[in-house]
Write a new protein. Structure first.
Length: 341
């Protein structure tokens, strides 16, 4: 990425060398998501980052070289890269929650490919072995989307397990790159009835294939339909992967007393929230990416076949096509770039 509010372009750069404690990764796969589109739309100064930098924040590959002092991994070992970049020193970072680093606002970029050179290149350098998770026998192409598209809904769901008891209802807004993984995570972790919502019939059909109990279209009838399913009680958790006013508004209306709304999507919707805006003790919370332990957890689910990303792969010279498909909503599952073929 060479300039703010500009389309990305290919550039020839030297192959990086790992410094002390660093790891050189041969990139097998780099996932593409809406965050990449948002970065391209940013004005100068929105991110604490200097241009140019290489995009790609969902990364997996093989250890190519270890810098001096880097231990714990072997050459050729398949690994996933933990995406967020924290200071490594604050209380959150020291428990693995680098996505909510206390000093994140002062860091040069929010993560790999988000202000710091990422994985849309044949090789990338990772600062520390603490930012790598072993993949075992898991295919790195399938593992790359796990680092965000699975970790992000997993964190939101894990933080809400106390309300996902037998007899509970989950409303899932959006069944795209994150949402189709959220359905699988919910099926693996809790006994809740899952109500998926998406404007596309194909996405709704896919949600049902993955185990959603209901798949509804958005619109004027959504609230009435959900209340009918829940027999008037409402939902215990809304997982909003869209984040628009059109999704947040029904989420507030449908929340059961004591329920929870987890906002993951970055569409920028705003709704009034006050003591009288919803039923009693409804919690509205954002959820940001995930921890290194969240990444290890979703890898474990994938290794056991409980979590299978649907991916559309693109060769390195097809990145513009992948961006176009993402922007125009024609992707099936998650776009994954293969920098080394």
């Amino acid at each position: 990425m060479l300039g703010w509010k500009q389309a990305p372009s290919y550039q020839d750069v030297p192959q990086p060398d790992p410094g002390p404690g660093q790891v050189l990764l041969k990139v097998a796969a780099a996932g593409l998501c809406h965050s990449d589109l948002h970065v391209l739309e940013f004005d100068e100064g929105v991110m604490n980052a200097e241009l140019p930098f290489t995009l790609g924040h969902e990364n997996a590959g093989w250890v190519e070289a270890l810098g001096p002092g880097a231990t714990g991994f072997e050459i050729g070992q398949p690994v996933a890269v933990y995406g967020p970049l924290g200071c490594g020193r604050c209380a959150h970072c020291q428990t693995g929650d680098e996505s909510i680093c206390d000093n994140g606002a002062s860091m040069p970029g929010a993560g790999w490919g988000l202000g710091v050179d990422g994985g849309m290149a044949p090789y990338m350098v990772v600062d520390s072995t603490r930012q790598l998770a072993p993949l075992g026998d898991l295919d790195p192409i399938l593992a790359a989307p796990l680092t965000d598209a699975a970790v992000t809904p997993y964190r939101a769901i894990r933080r809400s397990l106390d309300v996902l008891t037998p007899g509970s209802f989950v409303l899932l807004m959006g069944v795209g790159g994150l949402g189709h993984l959220a359905v699988q995570i919910l099926k693996a972790l809790c006994p809740s009835t899952i109500i998926a919502v998406d404007a596309k019939q194909q996405a709704r059909d896919f949600a049902r294939e993955l185990g959603a109990d209901y798949a509804l279209a958005p619109g004027d009838d959504l609230v009435a339909n959900v209340l009918d399913i829940t027999k008037g009680r409402g939902v215990d958790l809304t997982l909003d992967i869209v984040g628009a006013e059109a999704t947040l508004t029904p989420a507030l209306t449908l929340a059961r007393a004591g329920g929870r709304i987890m906002l993951v999507g970055a569409a920028g919707g705003q709704v009034p929230y006050s003591l009288w805006a919803t039923k009693w003790e409804v919690q509205l919370s954002t959820s940001m990416w995930g921890s290194i332990n969240d990444l290890r957890d979703v890898i474990a689910l994938a290794e056991r076949g409980r979590l299978v990303p649907k991916v559309s792969t693109y060769a390195f010279d097809q990145i513009p096509e992948a961006f176009h498909a993402l922007e125009h909503g024609t992707l099936e599952g998650r776009a994954v770039i293969l920098p080394n073929g």
